[in-house]
Design a protein around this ligand. Sequence first.
Ligand SMILES: NC(=O)c1ccc[n+]([C@@H]2O[C@H](COP(=O)([O-])OP(=O)(O)OC[C@H]3O[C@@H](n4cnc5c(N)ncnc54)[C@H](O)[C@@H]3O)[C@@H](O)[C@H]2O)c1
Ligand SMILES: O=P(O)(O)OC[C@H](O)CO
Length: 332
Amino acid sequence: MNITVVGAGAWGTALAISLAANHRVTLWARAAEQVEAMRAARCNQRYLPDTPFPPNLTLSANLSAALSVADLAIIAVPTAALRSILQQIARMPNRFGVVWLCKGFEAETSKLPHQVVAEVLPEEFRYGVLSGPSFAQEVARGLPTALTLASSDVEFARDTAHALHHARLRIYASTDVVGVEVGGAVKNVMAIASGICDGMGFGYNARAALLTRGLAEISRLGLKLGGRPETLTGLSGVGDLILTCTGDLSRNRQVGLLLAQQHDLAEILHRIGHVAEGVYTVREVRGLAQRLGVEMPICEAVYRIIYEKVPAGEVVADLLSRTPNYEFDLNP
Ligand SMILES: NC(=O)c1ccc[n+]([C@@H]2O[C@H](COP(=O)([O-])OP(=O)(O)OC[C@H]3O[C@@H](n4cnc5c(N)ncnc54)[C@H](O)[C@@H]3O)[C@@H](O)[C@H]2O)c1
Ligand SMILES: O=P(O)(O)OC[C@H](O)CO
């Protein structure tokens, strides 16, 4: 299969390296200088240093040319850039499958990626989301990873999962696009909360409680938006929540660890040097939760720390002083 990976950050580069074992892969980056540097070094020194490119991985700075030969386009840019990339794809005369990797809600519209895709791409395109617990560095090194590919088009989900699957990259198919996207987006907010919790030295008990109550929040929002309960306990829900909240490779967790040390947000983001989607997602999730009447106190706490500059200690004290209630609804 001819695969064009659109976006050469950490995740696009890692997946391009992984898929090049079985496919003809072109990795596209928007900056011609970045492509030249990657060509010369046969490595993405800016976003994924230390992993050399396989000899058959092709690089391109020309999106139309890279897509003109594609059977499948994999969109590997942050959520903020999804719409503009889709608009360029929509102008292509040829048709190919489209898979996106971004984990977030679109800023201002609070839309999930599949809603943006449905607005922009003409009907003839077939598409889906690929998500789950996956640190780019580990996938690039060929360490075992399992993901979910979800599409409302069941044949597309099954066939694409089958085509991308290999021994070190297990891909399960699903039709629950909403559940997969909500799990992938909101776990980033929980990872920031987990970083704050650990950075403040609250210990393992507190982290376990945070993850569990975080899952309750993710599930409440996911179900309200139409996701399925089993998806939220699957790879793209619990799986990605555990990874991102506990693994120090997570950029969102790193944001939380640095916020606990009272670093300034702009300085934190500069220091991390990659997108940390939870910083933007928390605004949309908080707005959605308020509009839909979904109780999400951990998301509210992260929002107050980041956007209202309330000291983390004060926000945590407020969280812990909430009146205890039933763990689950008595009449679900
Ligand atoms: N890194 C991971 O381990 C990982 C794993 C799973 C999912 N994701 C998700 O994948 C998405 C991308 O993450 P990443 O780690 O690759 O981010 P990154 O910060 O490493 O790289 C982002 C890339 O997108 C490019 N980009 C930004 N805006 C663009 C635009 N308008 N047009 C073209 N290119 C643009 C940047 O130049 C950069 O190459 C995020 O939504 C992230 O949550 C990341
Ligand atoms: O580094 P993060 O926090 O963006 O997380 C990366 C992936 O989403 C983990 O599955």
